[in-house]
Design a protein around this ligand. Structure first.
Ligand code: ZN
Length: 438
């Protein structure tokens, strides 16, 4: 296959796509859906545009197989998060290329994924590759604010999606180390459970010149100190154990034995202190609590009658929310009212003994021998939770090679993708599909 013209084509499409402003809110994803529709129409690939609410568009394209196997769903989202335009060195909606990188909001999250998934369908169609299963492409709205008009609507209203055996979505990457060498292929097969709590302290208002003991701000800060100091117990899932085992050979000789049995290693205080000083490792082995919103008082000389805080907690799948809440309340004390604000469901991780996972392993070992393919428990939440809930084996994996400093640009300033990642991603995705669909 001649990849150079395909790369040029992908780059041009991504430039055009990045120039469509789909900042959510309001999203305006219908413009992105129309963009894809025009391209699929020109290639005679059947597709349907859905607009469940004005401006909120979803696009489903289907490349037909012979039906021997159930479909694979290639999922991506059209919307992007807002930008701080003055902090960018280029126009975030300009589709600008500089020094081998294409810049723009969505260059990594998640418009590039949409483009390589689309290119995969185009390539398979042009080559007339005989397929044993349908390849579904869904560009969804509203991922960044919870998926109501996107994946949640689509899963409910488009029956063919629920037929899928596999889904592939954003999440993990081919992580590079500081020297640029591949360190691991991260396949996220599970996510933590979102559990947000609203806290309220009540007291007596009054003049600040006469402090008294019923100040809600004081009650709240003492309660918050206790709860945020809580070192939640370790809860290591088998997939997390496997992650560390597979990463063990990459560690220094001293750390290797700890990684080989992470559960045992966590009982060593100095090792567990070291491990949990890494926010990502810490999030993988326990429930976490982040204090995100504080609201109290509006005038310097007035003691308010009420103060509020929000805790964003992320639980290990399978954890008991009731027990967690009981522990939280114990630390907050009787004077703080607690309300659940947003609760995700506990969805078990997708299994790894599948053709799709083996396909990724096979391609990875060809690309990068000795580089482990690891399951990843994603601390954040993606659209995959709604797909996985349907019993569909769902992996979050963008086939892009990225060092951490590039990943940090996601939702940040000067988000960009190296052009070579588009060709690597396209090739790997086409190979993956061929492995499981032919
Ligand atoms: Zn995203």
């Amino acid at each position: 296959m001649n990849w150079d013209p395909l790369l040029n084509e992908a780059v041009q499409h991504l430039q055009d796509y990045l120039r469509i402003d789909t900042v959510n809110p309001p999203g305006n994803e219908v413009e992105g859906a129309r963009f894809f529709k025009k391209i699929f129409d020109a290639e005679s690939i059947p597709c349907q545009l859905f607009e469940p609410s004005p401006g909120r568009g979803n696009l489903l394209a289907t490349l037909k197989g012979n039906g021997k196997k159930k479909p694979i769903l290639l999922l991506n989202h059209i919307d992007v998060v807002p930008v701080e335009k003055e902090r960018w060195t280029v126009d975030p909606f300009g589709g600008i290329i500089q020094d081998g990188y294409l810049y723009g909001r969505g260059a990594l999250d998640d418009k590039s994924m949409g483009i390589i998934e689309m290119m995969a369908l185009l390539i398979l169609k042009r080559e007339s590759v005989p397929l044993d299963r349908d390849i579904l492409f869904l560009a969804a709205a509203d991922e960044e604010t919870g998926g109501k008009w996107g994946i949640r609507w689509a899963i409910e209203n488009i029956p063919s999606l629920r037929e899928s055996e596999y889904a592939l979505n954003e999440g993990g990457y081919v992580a590079l180390n500081e020297t640029g060498a591949p360190e691991r292929y991260e396949i996220s097969n599970g996510q933590k459970i979102v559990f947000q709590l609203q806290l309220k302290a009540k007291g007596t208002s009054g003049h600040a010149s006469m402090p008294h003991s019923d100040n809600p701000n004081i009650k709240l800060i003492h309660a918050l100190e206790a709860v945020t100091k809580w070192e939640t117990p370790y809860n290591v899932l088998p997939m997390v154990k496997e992650f560390f085992q597979k990463m063990a050979p990459k560690q220094s000789p001293d750390e290797r034995k700890y990684f080989e049995d992470i559960e045992k290693a966590l009982s060593d205080p100095s090792f567990s202190k070291w491990l949990t000083s890494s926010p990502i490792y810490n999030a993988m082995v326990r429930d976490t609590i982040s204090l995100t919103i504080l609201q109290a008082g509006s005038k310097a000389n007035v003691i308010p009658s009420e103060s509020n805080a929000t805790l964003d907690c992320r639980l290990i799948p399978g954890s008991s929310k009731e027990n967690f809440l009981k522990e939280i309340k114990k630390r907050l004390g009787d004077e703080i009212e607690v309300d659940g604000r947003m609760e995700g469901k506990s969805i078990p991780p997708s299994l790894l003994n599948t053709d799709l996972f083996y396909a990724i392993q096979k391609i990875a070992s060809k690309n990068d021998p000795d580089c482990p393919v690891v399951p990843l428990l994603l601390p954040g939440a993606t659209d995959s939770r709604f797909v996985r809930e349907e019993g569909i084996t769902t992996y979050d994996f963008c086939p892009f090679r990225l060092p951490e400093k590039e990943i940090m640009r996601v939702h940040g300033n000067d988000e960009r993708i190296a052009l070579e990642n588009l060709s690597f991603g396209m090739k790997m995705l086409v190979e993956m599909i061929k492995e499981v669909a032919t």
